[in-house]
Write a protein that binds this ligand. Structure first.
Ligand code: DGJ
Length: 466
């Protein structure tokens, strides 16, 4: 199988550029008209309009060269404008104002959240705002707040964030590094680091880094075709600030709380802070609410993963003691903290990183990489009959070609293809010159008694092992 990014994302893109205007006015190029009529399917294939007919109030100031800003339709707090569209994340930009008059307080909301505020002035007749909006009920609704005193809307642009063409371009491949793949109700969710930022060298440690962009989420029904659903946890401030480290995000679904819980490695740029962070969401695609970070069991914590056992109990697995050892620590029932129960699964294996814990046929497998920053090295695995038990080191799961570098990759997460029962290791092929261009491989996992073998990423197709 070729690296994944070349066969990704066949999702259909959505884009609407709508100008609010009288019916008789010319439609600016690149736009379609909204003339104030009620919501309906339009000849242009889009489905949008007003809660009631406001076409009589559409205005054209006939300002030469003003384009979309020459016309507007006044909104008020009793009106709503909406467009029907597929669920997903959209880049939305809105302009409002009157090309010939100023003043008035604008407070326009999109899907109940304040989107554009301000007062037009002589120097700035038109107000503009642009934000990403995640749509979950197929509607993007524009309203004006009660306290607003003006709401002349000029134009709105709504574009799905990932389009087929952008994901297929060489600069905009799948951005979900160090992540995990979670299956829930027929859908696979792939979470991971979005490293779509320039690669620089962190001078103190002499290692490549890309500033934090956030945690991406993609959806698939078949593990072949992935649709981008935006940033489940975007870059922010504090622990999530661009200059820090947000790595190896892992998400679990909690069937009791119906919440999605994300754990991640939180650090400073030189990896001396060594903490875990937790975020929660009601939806698999976020937005996740960040809850903060801590040192698990009071210990340093770098590379980490999560594991959910068949009985619904979940565990955090993290490297500690400067990567000299690992811990498996039980989570509480909400998956947002640890109970304190933990085990050091093995000792004497040198520095380990990138843990992946999974269970098959009653056996727990723990695969780890060595610790050579972003350079690939040999993997090692260990087996146990109890999740919080001692793990027997079993050596390298690869023999021959590819063994010393894990097929030029570092493991991220082991998962099952539910259609076939086959298991794969999702692994990162880091590109140290351009971290955002790092690739992914699915390494097939073959089982024989308590032993596992990782197969070559080039010798199989989904569903058929070579
Ligand atoms: C190896 C880790 O496994 C990665 O997640 C990342 O932290 C790099 N080290 C940083 O060099």
């Amino acid at each position: 199988m070729e690296p994944l990014e070349s066969r990704l994302n066949l999702s259909v893109s959505f884009s609407a550029h709508i100008n609010f205007q009288p019916k008789a006015s010319a439609v600016p190029s690149g736009y379609v008209a909204d003339t104030g009529t009620p919501v309906a399917k339009r000849v242009n294939g889009l489905n949008y309009g007003w809660s009631t007919d406001v076409s009589a109030s559409a205005v054209d100031r006939k300002v030469p060269g003003a384009g979309i800003y020459s016309t507007y339709i006044p909104m008020n707090s009793r009106l709503a404008w909406e467009i029907i569209l597929p669920n997903g994340t959209y880049s939305v930009s809105l302009s409002a104002g009157d090309a010939t008059r100023v003043g008035g307080v604008y407070q326009l909301d999109v899907n109940g959240k304040q989107f554009l505020t301000g007062t037009p002035t002589r120097r700035q007749h038109i107000l503009k705002a642009a934000h990403n909006v995640t749509v979950t009920n197929n509607r993007l609704i524009l309203t004006s707040e009660k306290s607003a005193t003006a709401a002349n809307i000029d134009a709105i642009d709504v574009t799905s964030i990932a389009t087929t063409s952008s994901l297929q371009s060489s600069t905009n491949v799948i951005q979900a590094h160090g992540g995990d793949i979670v299956y829930h109700n027929g859908v696979y969710y792939w979470y991971g680091e979005n490293k779509n930022a320039p690669t620089t060298t962190q001078r103190k440690i002499g290692q490549p880094r890309a500033n934090v962009v956030g945690v991406s989420v993609y959806e698939s029904l078949d593990l072949h075709t992935w649709d981008y659903r935006g940033l489940a946890l975007p870059v922010g401030t504090g622990d999530l600030s661009p200059s820090g480290v947000v790595e190896r995000p892992k998400v679990l679904y909690n069937a009791h709380t119906h919440q999605w819980v994300m754990w991640m490695h939180i650090d400073n740029a030189t990896y001396t802070d060594s903490r875990v962070g937790v975020a929660v969401s009601d939806s698999p695609i976020g937005p996740f609410t960040y809850r903060g970070s801590f040192k698990p069991l009071g210990r340093m914590s770098r590379d980490m993963t999560v594991f959910q056992d068949d009985d619904g109990v979940a565990y955090l697995v993290f490297t500690t003691d400067n990567n000299d050892s690992l811990r498996i620590a039980q989570m509480n029932s909400s998956y947002t903290a640890l109970t304190g129960k933990n085990v050091k699964p093995f000792s004497g294996q040198g520095q380990r990183e990138a843990p992946q814990l999974f269970k098959r046929d009653g056996r727990y497998y723990l695969i780890t990489s060595g610790a050579t920053w972003f350079k690939p090295n040999a993997a090692m695995y260990a087996v146990s009959s109890k999740v919080l038990g001692k793990y027997k080191p079993m050596g390298n799961p690869i023999s021959g070609t590819g063994a010393s570098t894990t097929f030029s990759s570092q493991g991220a997460f082991a998962f099952e293809d539910v259609a076939t029962g086959n298991w794969y290791l999702l692994a990162d092929q880091w590109n140290t010159k351009n971290l955002g261009a790092s690739k992914y491989v699915f390494l097939p996992i073959k089982f024989s008694g308590s032993k596992i073998t990782l197969g070559s990423p080039t010798k199989w197709r989904l569903g058929v092992f070579a």
